[in-house]
Design a protein around this ligand. Structure first.
Ligand SMILES: [Zn+2]
Length: 148
């Protein structure tokens, strides 16, 4: 089956009626570091970390979890799906791993992603700066800015 790709494809009826795996593979762009950067809807968790969202049976699901399930099967209830690449918009199954909630928190602390100075929303170390490299196009999609 060939699907005509237009700039408005993701907003078309054909897109909405496509099976989830088809929609999934039309909704990200591969960037040079190997990440599959989600182009669809995103949700904001806390102040900074956004995750891709994909609809299934009219309900929103986290895109990286859907990616894992499409490639690797169901995620055990007690497990958390974490990003090796620390890019929450990434849906590349090779960049994801199953961990416990505790692993995820430890990982976050190690990477310095933990919020410092509660109440002021001040984040320190790498991540805040890195986020500035993600730019938004006029149509609302995001891309990785690799210049200086
Ligand atoms: Zn990645």
């Amino acid at each position: 089956m060939t699907i005509a790709k237009t700039t408005n494809y993701r907003f078309s009826t054909a897109y909405r009626k496509s099976p989830i795996d088809v929609r999934f593979h039309q909704s990200y762009t591969k960037i040079p570091n190997g990440c599959w950067n989600w182009l669809g809807a995103t949700s904001f968790k806390g102040r900074k970390w956004s995750y891709g969202i994909i609809n299934k049976d009219k309900k929103p699901y986290l895109a990286h979890r859907v990616s894992w399930e499409l490639h690797n099967g169901p995620i055990p209830k007690e497990m958390d799906l974490c990003h090796k690449c620390d890019n929450t918009l990434c849906v590349n199954p090779d960049h994801l791993f199953l961990g416990t909630q505790a692993d995820n928190n430890r990982d976050r602390d190690l990477k310095g992603r933990k919020a410092m100075g509660e109440g002021h929303g001040k984040y320190i170390h790498g991540k805040f700066v890195n986020q500035a490299r993600w730019r938004t196009r006029p149509d609302g999609s995001r891309y990785y800015f690799s210049g200086n």
